[in-house]
Design a protein around this ligand. Structure first.
Ligand SMILES: *Cc1c(COP(=O)(O)O)cnc(C)c1O
Length: 417
Protein backbone atom coordinates (compact mmCIF):
# COMPACT_ATOMS: atom_id res chain seq x y z
CA UNK A 1 0.00 0.00 0.00
CA UNK A 2 1.32 3.40 -0.88
CA UNK A 3 0.03 6.89 -1.40
CA UNK A 4 0.22 7.08 -5.19
CA UNK A 5 -3.38 6.61 -6.26
CA UNK A 6 -5.77 7.83 -8.93
CA UNK A 7 -8.56 10.24 -8.04
CA UNK A 8 -10.90 10.67 -10.92
CA UNK A 9 -8.44 10.37 -13.79
CA UNK A 10 -5.41 11.92 -12.17
CA UNK A 11 -2.51 10.26 -10.39
CA UNK A 12 -2.05 11.81 -6.98
CA UNK A 13 0.80 11.66 -4.53
CA UNK A 14 -0.99 11.95 -1.20
CA UNK A 15 -3.25 14.99 -1.68
CA UNK A 16 -1.52 16.62 -4.67
CA UNK A 17 -1.93 15.80 -8.34
CA UNK A 18 1.43 14.62 -9.68
CA UNK A 19 0.80 16.79 -12.73
CA UNK A 20 0.80 19.92 -10.60
CA UNK A 21 4.19 19.12 -9.08
CA UNK A 22 5.63 18.37 -12.53
CA UNK A 23 4.31 21.69 -13.83
CA UNK A 24 5.94 23.59 -10.97
CA UNK A 25 9.26 21.71 -10.73
CA UNK A 26 9.67 20.50 -14.30
CA UNK A 27 10.53 17.04 -15.57
CA UNK A 28 12.10 14.61 -15.09
CA UNK A 29 11.85 14.49 -11.31
CA UNK A 30 11.65 12.05 -8.44
CA UNK A 31 8.71 12.32 -6.02
CA UNK A 32 8.68 10.64 -2.60
CA UNK A 33 5.61 10.31 -0.42
CA UNK A 34 6.25 11.17 3.22
CA UNK A 35 3.23 9.17 4.40
CA UNK A 36 4.43 6.09 2.52
CA UNK A 37 7.98 6.36 3.83
CA UNK A 38 6.61 6.69 7.34
CA UNK A 39 4.16 3.83 6.93
CA UNK A 40 6.80 1.48 5.55
CA UNK A 41 9.32 2.32 8.23
CA UNK A 42 6.74 1.87 10.98
CA UNK A 43 5.42 -1.37 9.51
CA UNK A 44 8.94 -2.75 9.49
CA UNK A 45 9.95 -1.59 12.95
CA UNK A 46 6.57 -2.55 14.48
CA UNK A 47 7.04 -6.04 13.05
CA UNK A 48 10.09 -6.47 15.29
CA UNK A 49 8.40 -5.15 18.42
CA UNK A 50 8.93 -7.48 21.34
CA UNK A 51 12.54 -8.27 20.46
CA UNK A 52 15.51 -6.08 21.28
CA UNK A 53 16.21 -4.66 17.82
CA UNK A 54 17.60 -1.75 15.84
CA UNK A 55 16.43 -0.93 12.33
CA UNK A 56 19.45 0.39 10.43
CA UNK A 57 18.11 1.76 7.16
CA UNK A 58 20.42 0.90 4.31
CA UNK A 59 21.56 4.32 3.14
CA UNK A 60 22.56 3.24 -0.33
CA UNK A 61 18.94 2.62 -1.32
CA UNK A 62 18.13 6.31 -0.94
CA UNK A 63 20.56 8.81 0.57
CA UNK A 64 18.41 11.92 0.31
CA UNK A 65 19.09 13.93 3.48
CA UNK A 66 15.38 14.50 3.93
CA UNK A 67 14.63 10.79 3.74
CA UNK A 68 17.48 9.99 6.13
CA UNK A 69 16.33 12.67 8.58
CA UNK A 70 12.86 11.17 8.61
CA UNK A 71 14.18 7.73 9.62
CA UNK A 72 16.56 9.21 12.16
CA UNK A 73 13.60 11.07 13.69
CA UNK A 74 11.88 7.69 14.07
CA UNK A 75 14.81 6.47 16.15
CA UNK A 76 16.28 4.34 13.39
CA UNK A 77 19.91 3.55 12.78
CA UNK A 78 21.85 3.52 9.53
CA UNK A 79 23.74 0.94 7.50
CA UNK A 80 26.49 2.63 5.49
CA UNK A 81 28.91 1.42 2.84
CA UNK A 82 31.18 4.45 2.39
CA UNK A 83 32.67 7.50 4.07
CA UNK A 84 30.29 9.62 2.03
CA UNK A 85 27.29 7.80 3.47
CA UNK A 86 28.72 8.28 6.97
CA UNK A 87 28.99 12.00 6.28
CA UNK A 88 25.41 12.15 5.04
CA UNK A 89 24.15 10.04 7.93
CA UNK A 90 25.72 12.32 10.52
CA UNK A 91 24.45 15.37 8.68
CA UNK A 92 20.96 13.89 8.68
CA UNK A 93 21.14 13.46 12.45
CA UNK A 94 21.91 9.79 13.10
CA UNK A 95 23.89 9.22 16.24
CA UNK A 96 27.11 7.26 15.64
CA UNK A 97 26.13 4.52 18.08
CA UNK A 98 23.36 3.56 15.65
CA UNK A 99 25.56 3.34 12.56
CA UNK A 100 26.93 0.08 11.16
CA UNK A 101 29.48 0.00 8.37
CA UNK A 102 29.41 -2.73 5.69
CA UNK A 103 31.33 -3.11 2.42
CA UNK A 104 34.20 -5.17 1.00
CA UNK A 105 36.46 -2.26 0.12
CA UNK A 106 36.73 0.14 3.07
CA UNK A 107 39.62 2.54 2.50
CA UNK A 108 42.00 3.76 5.23
CA UNK A 109 40.54 7.28 5.23
CA UNK A 110 37.02 5.83 5.53
CA UNK A 111 38.05 3.50 8.35
CA UNK A 112 39.70 6.37 10.21
CA UNK A 113 36.63 8.57 9.76
CA UNK A 114 34.38 5.84 11.16
CA UNK A 115 36.76 5.16 14.08
CA UNK A 116 36.95 8.84 14.97
CA UNK A 117 33.18 9.06 14.80
CA UNK A 118 32.93 5.98 17.03
CA UNK A 119 30.27 4.11 15.09
CA UNK A 120 28.47 1.08 16.53
CA UNK A 121 30.36 -1.51 14.50
CA UNK A 122 32.30 -2.45 11.41
CA UNK A 123 31.00 -5.42 9.48
CA UNK A 124 34.26 -7.05 8.49
CA UNK A 125 34.43 -8.67 5.07
CA UNK A 126 37.99 -10.06 4.97
CA UNK A 127 40.82 -11.01 7.30
CA UNK A 128 43.02 -8.32 5.76
CA UNK A 129 40.36 -5.73 6.56
CA UNK A 130 40.26 -7.01 10.14
CA UNK A 131 44.01 -6.56 10.40
CA UNK A 132 43.93 -3.04 8.95
CA UNK A 133 41.08 -1.92 11.20
CA UNK A 134 42.97 -3.19 14.22
CA UNK A 135 46.07 -1.24 13.16
CA UNK A 136 44.19 1.98 12.45
CA UNK A 137 42.30 1.72 15.74
CA UNK A 138 45.67 1.43 17.49
CA UNK A 139 46.96 4.55 15.77
CA UNK A 140 43.78 6.54 16.48
CA UNK A 141 43.59 5.10 20.00
CA UNK A 142 40.07 3.80 19.71
CA UNK A 143 38.60 0.39 20.15
CA UNK A 144 36.97 -0.85 16.94
CA UNK A 145 33.75 -2.75 17.58
CA UNK A 146 33.44 -5.43 14.94
CA UNK A 147 31.25 -8.16 13.64
CA UNK A 148 32.23 -10.53 10.88
CA UNK A 149 30.04 -10.61 7.81
CA UNK A 150 29.49 -14.27 7.23
CA UNK A 151 28.78 -15.61 3.78
CA UNK A 152 26.35 -18.41 4.67
CA UNK A 153 26.27 -19.79 1.11
CA UNK A 154 22.52 -19.63 0.57
CA UNK A 155 20.90 -18.92 -2.76
CA UNK A 156 18.53 -15.96 -2.43
CA UNK A 157 17.08 -16.68 -5.90
CA UNK A 158 17.28 -13.11 -7.08
CA UNK A 159 19.12 -11.30 -9.90
CA UNK A 160 22.82 -12.39 -9.95
CA UNK A 161 24.02 -8.78 -9.61
CA UNK A 162 22.18 -8.39 -6.30
CA UNK A 163 22.82 -11.85 -4.92
CA UNK A 164 25.54 -11.54 -2.28
CA UNK A 165 25.47 -14.54 0.05
CA UNK A 166 26.70 -17.35 -2.17
CA UNK A 167 30.21 -18.83 -2.08
CA UNK A 168 31.05 -17.35 -5.48
CA UNK A 169 30.17 -13.79 -4.37
CA UNK A 170 32.83 -11.32 -3.22
CA UNK A 171 30.99 -10.58 0.04
CA UNK A 172 31.60 -11.81 3.55
CA UNK A 173 33.73 -14.63 4.87
CA UNK A 174 32.55 -18.23 4.68
CA UNK A 175 31.77 -20.17 7.84
CA UNK A 176 35.10 -21.95 8.29
CA UNK A 177 37.13 -18.78 7.78
CA UNK A 178 34.74 -16.79 9.95
CA UNK A 179 35.67 -18.93 12.96
CA UNK A 180 39.31 -18.32 12.14
CA UNK A 181 38.56 -14.60 11.81
CA UNK A 182 36.89 -14.47 15.22
CA UNK A 183 39.78 -16.35 16.82
CA UNK A 184 42.20 -13.89 15.24
CA UNK A 185 40.08 -10.96 16.36
CA UNK A 186 40.13 -12.28 19.94
CA UNK A 187 43.88 -11.80 19.99
CA UNK A 188 43.81 -8.29 18.53
CA UNK A 189 44.37 -5.49 20.97
CA UNK A 190 42.31 -2.72 19.39
CA UNK A 191 39.32 -4.71 18.28
CA UNK A 192 36.28 -5.72 20.27
CA UNK A 193 34.06 -8.50 18.96
CA UNK A 194 30.44 -7.45 19.36
CA UNK A 195 28.46 -9.08 16.58
CA UNK A 196 27.89 -11.35 13.67
CA UNK A 197 26.45 -10.23 10.37
CA UNK A 198 25.14 -11.40 7.02
CA UNK A 199 23.42 -9.85 4.02
CA UNK A 200 22.51 -12.44 1.43
CA UNK A 201 21.11 -10.31 -1.36
CA UNK A 202 18.41 -7.92 -2.45
CA UNK A 203 14.86 -8.12 -3.83
CA UNK A 204 14.37 -11.50 -2.13
CA UNK A 205 10.77 -12.64 -2.41
CA UNK A 206 10.68 -15.70 -0.16
CA UNK A 207 11.25 -16.37 3.52
CA UNK A 208 13.34 -19.50 3.07
CA UNK A 209 16.75 -17.97 2.21
CA UNK A 210 16.54 -15.70 5.28
CA UNK A 211 15.73 -18.61 7.54
CA UNK A 212 18.55 -20.67 6.04
CA UNK A 213 20.98 -17.82 6.66
CA UNK A 214 19.75 -17.42 10.23
CA UNK A 215 20.12 -21.14 10.81
CA UNK A 216 23.70 -20.99 9.59
CA UNK A 217 24.50 -17.98 11.79
CA UNK A 218 23.00 -19.62 14.86
CA UNK A 219 25.21 -22.67 14.40
CA UNK A 220 28.20 -20.41 14.07
CA UNK A 221 27.30 -18.47 17.22
CA UNK A 222 27.10 -21.76 19.14
CA UNK A 223 30.41 -22.82 17.69
CA UNK A 224 31.97 -19.52 18.76
CA UNK A 225 30.62 -19.90 22.29
CA UNK A 226 32.66 -23.09 22.57
CA UNK A 227 35.74 -20.96 22.01
CA UNK A 228 34.60 -18.46 24.62
CA UNK A 229 33.60 -15.87 22.01
CA UNK A 230 30.37 -14.14 22.88
CA UNK A 231 28.23 -12.21 20.48
CA UNK A 232 25.87 -9.33 21.39
CA UNK A 233 24.51 -8.27 18.02
CA UNK A 234 22.99 -10.44 15.33
CA UNK A 235 22.78 -8.42 12.12
CA UNK A 236 20.52 -10.07 9.54
CA UNK A 237 21.20 -7.50 6.80
CA UNK A 238 18.49 -6.33 4.42
CA UNK A 239 17.15 -7.80 1.22
CA UNK A 240 13.40 -8.13 1.64
CA UNK A 241 11.82 -7.63 -1.78
CA UNK A 242 8.91 -5.51 -2.97
CA UNK A 243 6.23 -5.76 -5.62
CA UNK A 244 7.38 -4.15 -8.85
CA UNK A 245 5.09 -6.17 -11.09
CA UNK A 246 3.57 -9.45 -9.95
CA UNK A 247 6.01 -10.51 -7.24
CA UNK A 248 4.40 -11.49 -3.95
CA UNK A 249 7.14 -11.01 -1.36
CA UNK A 250 6.42 -11.74 2.29
CA UNK A 251 5.14 -8.74 4.23
CA UNK A 252 7.44 -7.33 6.92
CA UNK A 253 5.27 -8.93 9.62
CA UNK A 254 5.67 -12.37 8.06
CA UNK A 255 9.40 -11.86 7.59
CA UNK A 256 9.84 -10.65 11.16
CA UNK A 257 7.65 -13.47 12.45
CA UNK A 258 9.85 -16.09 10.79
CA UNK A 259 13.04 -14.52 12.09
CA UNK A 260 11.66 -14.19 15.61
CA UNK A 261 10.46 -17.78 15.55
CA UNK A 262 13.77 -19.24 14.37
CA UNK A 263 15.71 -16.99 16.68
CA UNK A 264 13.87 -18.32 19.71
CA UNK A 265 14.59 -16.96 23.16
CA UNK A 266 17.82 -15.05 23.05
CA UNK A 267 19.85 -12.29 24.63
CA UNK A 268 21.07 -11.18 21.23
CA UNK A 269 20.17 -7.74 19.98
CA UNK A 270 18.84 -7.97 16.45
CA UNK A 271 19.97 -5.54 13.76
CA UNK A 272 18.11 -5.27 10.44
CA UNK A 273 19.31 -3.34 7.41
CA UNK A 274 16.24 -2.85 5.20
CA UNK A 275 16.57 -0.59 2.18
CA UNK A 276 14.34 -1.30 -0.78
CA UNK A 277 11.36 -2.51 1.25
CA UNK A 278 11.12 0.86 3.01
CA UNK A 279 11.71 3.29 0.16
CA UNK A 280 11.12 1.39 -3.10
CA UNK A 281 7.39 1.90 -3.41
CA UNK A 282 7.51 5.30 -1.72
CA UNK A 283 8.89 7.03 -4.82
CA UNK A 284 8.13 7.57 -8.50
CA UNK A 285 10.06 9.05 -11.39
CA UNK A 286 7.96 11.45 -13.45
CA UNK A 287 8.92 11.95 -17.07
CA UNK A 288 7.48 13.77 -20.06
CA UNK A 289 6.88 12.40 -23.54
CA UNK A 290 9.15 14.27 -25.94
CA UNK A 291 8.31 12.47 -29.16
CA UNK A 292 6.47 9.52 -30.60
CA UNK A 293 8.02 7.51 -33.38
CA UNK A 294 6.74 4.48 -35.28
CA UNK A 295 8.71 2.08 -37.41
CA UNK A 296 7.64 -1.07 -39.25
CA UNK A 297 8.45 -3.13 -36.17
CA UNK A 298 8.19 -0.83 -33.18
CA UNK A 299 6.39 1.99 -31.50
CA UNK A 300 8.75 4.24 -29.59
CA UNK A 301 7.82 6.65 -26.86
CA UNK A 302 10.79 8.94 -26.36
CA UNK A 303 10.75 10.51 -22.91
CA UNK A 304 12.94 13.04 -21.13
CA UNK A 305 14.24 10.60 -18.47
CA UNK A 306 17.09 8.33 -19.45
CA UNK A 307 19.23 5.51 -18.11
CA UNK A 308 21.35 8.12 -16.34
CA UNK A 309 18.29 9.03 -14.24
CA UNK A 310 17.11 5.47 -13.61
CA UNK A 311 19.53 2.71 -14.55
CA UNK A 312 17.68 -0.29 -13.08
CA UNK A 313 15.82 -1.32 -16.27
CA UNK A 314 18.99 -1.57 -18.30
CA UNK A 315 21.32 -2.73 -15.50
CA UNK A 316 19.16 -5.49 -14.05
CA UNK A 317 16.46 -5.84 -16.69
CA UNK A 318 14.28 -4.57 -13.88
CA UNK A 319 10.57 -4.08 -14.40
CA UNK A 320 9.03 -0.75 -13.38
CA UNK A 321 5.33 -0.21 -13.93
CA UNK A 322 4.68 2.85 -16.08
CA UNK A 323 1.44 4.71 -15.56
CA UNK A 324 -0.13 7.74 -17.16
CA UNK A 325 -0.21 10.76 -14.88
CA UNK A 326 -3.53 11.69 -16.48
CA UNK A 327 -5.76 8.91 -17.78
CA UNK A 328 -7.11 9.79 -21.21
CA UNK A 329 -9.19 6.73 -21.96
CA UNK A 330 -7.62 6.51 -25.43
CA UNK A 331 -6.67 2.87 -25.02
CA UNK A 332 -3.29 1.22 -25.02
CA UNK A 333 -0.43 0.60 -27.40
CA UNK A 334 2.62 -1.64 -27.12
CA UNK A 335 5.75 0.47 -27.13
CA UNK A 336 9.36 0.78 -26.10
CA UNK A 337 9.69 3.64 -23.67
CA UNK A 338 13.14 5.05 -24.26
CA UNK A 339 15.29 7.94 -23.11
CA UNK A 340 17.29 10.56 -25.03
CA UNK A 341 20.71 8.92 -24.49
CA UNK A 342 22.79 7.59 -27.36
CA UNK A 343 22.74 3.96 -26.28
CA UNK A 344 20.31 1.20 -27.17
CA UNK A 345 20.36 0.22 -23.49
CA UNK A 346 18.69 3.52 -22.72
CA UNK A 347 15.18 2.33 -21.98
CA UNK A 348 12.69 2.40 -19.15
CA UNK A 349 10.48 -0.36 -20.57
CA UNK A 350 10.44 -2.61 -23.62
CA UNK A 351 7.37 -3.92 -25.46
CA UNK A 352 5.15 -2.49 -22.79
CA UNK A 353 1.38 -1.98 -22.85
CA UNK A 354 0.93 1.68 -22.05
CA UNK A 355 -1.69 4.34 -22.61
CA UNK A 356 -1.63 5.89 -26.11
CA UNK A 357 0.31 8.99 -25.11
CA UNK A 358 1.19 12.10 -27.07
CA UNK A 359 3.91 14.73 -27.05
CA UNK A 360 3.89 16.55 -23.71
CA UNK A 361 2.02 13.86 -21.77
CA UNK A 362 3.41 12.78 -18.42
CA UNK A 363 4.27 9.25 -17.36
CA UNK A 364 5.03 7.99 -13.86
CA UNK A 365 7.67 5.30 -13.52
CA UNK A 366 6.54 3.51 -10.39
CA UNK A 367 8.54 1.91 -7.55
CA UNK A 368 11.51 4.20 -8.17
CA UNK A 369 12.23 5.22 -4.57
CA UNK A 370 15.04 2.69 -4.07
CA UNK A 371 18.22 2.58 -6.16
CA UNK A 372 16.78 5.32 -8.33
CA UNK A 373 18.25 8.77 -7.83
CA UNK A 374 21.24 7.34 -5.91
CA UNK A 375 22.39 5.44 -9.01
CA UNK A 376 21.91 8.39 -11.34
CA UNK A 377 24.79 10.06 -13.14
CA UNK A 378 25.67 13.03 -15.30
CA UNK A 379 26.26 10.86 -18.37
CA UNK A 380 25.88 12.84 -21.59
CA UNK A 381 26.25 15.97 -19.44
CA UNK A 382 22.66 15.60 -18.40
CA UNK A 383 21.74 17.50 -15.27
CA UNK A 384 20.90 15.50 -12.16
CA UNK A 385 17.19 15.80 -11.59
CA UNK A 386 15.32 17.12 -8.55
CA UNK A 387 13.87 15.13 -5.68
CA UNK A 388 10.61 16.25 -4.12
CA UNK A 389 9.01 15.10 -0.90
CA UNK A 390 5.23 15.32 -0.63
CA UNK A 391 3.47 15.62 2.69
CA UNK A 392 -0.32 15.79 2.61
CA UNK A 393 -1.18 18.60 0.20
CA UNK A 394 2.24 20.25 0.15
CA UNK A 395 5.47 19.42 -1.62
CA UNK A 396 9.06 20.28 -0.81
CA UNK A 397 11.98 20.27 -3.22
CA UNK A 398 14.53 18.33 -1.17
CA UNK A 399 17.12 18.44 -3.94
CA UNK A 400 17.04 21.03 -6.67
CA UNK A 401 17.73 20.37 -10.32
CA UNK A 402 21.37 20.91 -11.27
CA UNK A 403 22.37 23.83 -13.45
CA UNK A 404 24.84 23.82 -16.32
CA UNK A 405 27.46 25.47 -14.06
CA UNK A 406 27.28 22.45 -11.75
CA UNK A 407 28.56 20.26 -14.58
CA UNK A 408 31.96 21.95 -14.84
CA UNK A 409 32.38 23.24 -11.31
CA UNK A 410 35.02 20.69 -10.30
CA UNK A 411 37.01 20.83 -13.50
CA UNK A 412 40.18 22.67 -14.51
CA UNK A 413 41.74 23.25 -17.89
CA UNK A 414 45.53 23.03 -17.43
CA UNK A 415 47.42 26.22 -18.27
CA UNK A 416 49.29 24.62 -21.19
CA UNK A 417 46.06 24.35 -23.13
C1 LIG B 1 22.37 -3.03 -0.08
C2 LIG B 1 22.51 -3.54 1.30
C3 LIG B 1 21.39 -3.60 2.15
C4 LIG B 1 20.00 -3.22 1.71
O1 LIG B 1 19.48 -4.12 0.80
P1 LIG B 1 17.94 -4.01 0.37
O2 LIG B 1 17.76 -5.12 -0.56
O3 LIG B 1 17.74 -2.69 -0.25
O4 LIG B 1 17.13 -4.17 1.60
C5 LIG B 1 21.60 -4.02 3.45
N1 LIG B 1 22.83 -4.39 3.89
C6 LIG B 1 23.92 -4.36 3.10
C7 LIG B 1 25.22 -4.77 3.63
C8 LIG B 1 23.79 -3.93 1.77
O5 LIG B 1 24.87 -3.91 0.99
Amino acid sequence: MNHFVYREKELYCEDIPVRRIAEKVGTPLYIYSHATLKRHFKAFSDAFKGVDSLICFSAKANTSLAVLRLFSNFGGGLDIVSGGELYRGLKAGFSPEKIVYSGVGKRIDEIDYALETDILMFNIESLEELDLINKRAGIIKKKARISIRVNPDVDPRTHPYISTGMKKNKFGINNEFAVKGYKTAMGLENVKIVGIDCHIGSQITEIKPFVEALHSLKLLIKNLEDYGININYLDMGGGLGITYNDEAPPQPAEYAGAIKKYLGRTKLKLILEPGRVIVGNAGVLVTKVLYRKSTDVKEFIIVDAGMNDLVRPTLYKAFHAIKPVVVSGEGEIVADIVGPICESGDFLALDRYVQRVHQGDLLAVMSAGAYGFVMSSNYCSRLRIPEVMVRDDKFYVVRKRQKYEDLTRDENIPSFL
